[in-house]
Design a protein around this ligand. Structure first.
Ligand code: SAM
Length: 333
């Protein structure tokens, strides 16, 4: 524990960063057309990836500085060996109120009990189409049914809320947005529409981008959306609900709506880089200091320094986007 517990992760714009997103691997079992480039990114060598005990140490130091929510992501987090034991250690960190998981759902069905026993109650599942053939074309694997069964099982096993992340992709799922939105009526799922962010290398461009105003317009035929009050950890997501619906609709529009004033996040990459902003390549290294035997106080100082460099706004724009070179699959979304 740090000697001075008064230090907090408050940035130069008075945003309190209480949410740490941790990518535990850069490997993924899917090849989503918009996320993984053709000339596949070289995978990090094993010893370049933070060990679980290193990640847990960073998380503990973060919690001492005010982090109260952690999300585990990847690559695909469920492909990393030992992930369930790691999750169990993470959920036991004193002061950590919320540990959530983001997964593509491929391994959900057979591991739901292990995820639950590890103390996880909140899962986000990425699913960009409800059509089996399209799923196979977009991800490279014919596993739609397996993912859907995993989602159903998670629901029946008491996970709540189950958020389904849908990246809006013109030419891929524009015609399915209402079907996704309707799921929020018949199921207690939170459907979150996310604008595609043009970062890293991608096999496609989605021109013109499918932005939140158009998504709202497309799903408006279902009914009127009422605002839902934001929770403490919601960050940039705008929340809504259709009348009588069991679930919710969320919108995350990095392009159409610069939501940076509500950003409460720090990100840790699988290789131990701390990124104050998803949409900037600026990052601070934690791995080397950790492996050189730094103290918790020194680690805390790096976290505090990262917070001081968090920009007020990102530079991604609809036209003429400023390049972010890092792949989403290595940052974790
Ligand atoms: N493998 C896990 C999964 O599929 O949820 C976690 C990692 S994945 C990189 C996290 C999220 O980032 C997914 O929901 C994915 O659809 C989203 N994503 C990837 N590339 C994106 C992009 N360029 N713009 C917006 N979202 C993106």
């Amino acid at each position: 524990m740090l000697p001075n517990r008064k230090l907090k992760l408050i940035d130069a714009y008075n945003r309190q960063l209480n949410y740490l997103r941790i990518s535990i691997t850069d490997r993924c079992n899917l090849r989503c057309v918009y996320c993984v480039p053709h000339d596949l990114i070289p995978r990090l060598p094993h010893d370049e990836i933070l060990r679980y005990e290193e990640i847990l140490r960073i998380a503990r130091v973060g919690v001492d500085l005010g982090i109260s929510k952690v999300r585990v992501t990847g690559g695909e987090p469920l492909v990393r060996k030992g992930v369930y034991e790691f999750l169990a250690h993470l959920t036991q960190i004193n002061g950590l109120a919320d540990v959530a998981l983001t997964t593509n759902g491929i391994f959900l069905k057979e591991n739901i009990e292990k995820i639950k026993s590890a103390g996880i109650r909140r899962i986000n599942i990425s699913l960009d189409t409800l059509d089996r053939k399209k799923y196979a074309q977009t991800t490279g694997v014919d596993k739609f049914q397996q993912v859907w069964e995993g989602i159903e099982l998670a629901r029946n096993s008491g996970f709540y809320p189950i958020k389904i992340n849908v990246v809006a992709l013109r030419g891929i799922n524009a015609d399915e947005l209402t079907n996704f939105a309707k799921l929020s009526i018949s199921y207690p799922f939170h459907i979150r529409f996310i604008e595609y962010m043009p970062i890293g290398k991608s096999r496609m461009t989605f021109e013109p981008p499918l932005l939140i105003p158009e998504i709202k317009e497309r799903i408006s035929s279902i009914g009127k959306l009422a605002h839902v009050k934001k929770g403490r950890y919601d960050g940039p997501a705008e929340r809504f609900k259709f009348e009588g619906a069991q679930g919710e609709i969320g919108f995350i529009g990095a392009l159409s709506h610069h939501f940076c004033d509500a950003c409460n996040r720090l990100r840790l990459t699988a290789s131990g880089q701390l990124r104050p902003c998803l949409l900037s390549d600026h990052q601070l290294d934690l791995k080397l200091p950790l492996r050189n035997g730094c103290s918790d106080k020194e680690l805390a100082d790096i976290l505090l320094a990262a917070v001081r460099t968090k920009p007020s706004n990102h530079n991604l724009a609809i036209k003429d986007p400023v390049g972010v070179h890092c792949q989403m699959s290595s940052i974790g979304g």
